[in-house]
Design a protein around this ligand. Sequence first.
Ligand SMILES: [Zn+2]
Length: 162
Amino acid sequence: MDEHKIYAHVQAVARQFNAWRGTLPSLIEFIRYSMKADAPPADRLDNFLRRETTQRALIGYEVGFWRATDKTYRLVSLAVPSDPAVAQRRLNYRPLSTNQCRWCHIDERSLMSLELKPELDIHRNLVPASFLHPVCMHSWLLMRALLDRESSKSAKTKESLM
Ligand SMILES: [Zn+2]
């Protein structure tokens, strides 16, 4: 079983959906469909995907993959947009409900208090109505930091033009 190939296909599925929740058998179908003739048997994929080492390795592929407390799975693309305009739009967007993760927008409903953590700013103060999955938090904060850097850069350019 070529593990790198599997990671790459899980990444492709994550990017296609951006954020997905569901059962492992349905995710395995998506991955096997993506892998076509290279796909390992479903039971081997099942075994592989359940491993914590697999889930840790996927972080290196900018993929968040974990089992939630209701035993269904979450698959999230953790890729931070490189275009500042896109990043700004994502940062400005407020989900309709605070039961939704700010990064992936998955609505955790009644699981919210178990699955999502409040966002803290750099002074460790709570950001109002901003909650995220621990896995998504890193990408979110990274995107915020990138935009802060962009805006201080453009502020400096403006100063030097004066
Ligand atoms: Zn999330």
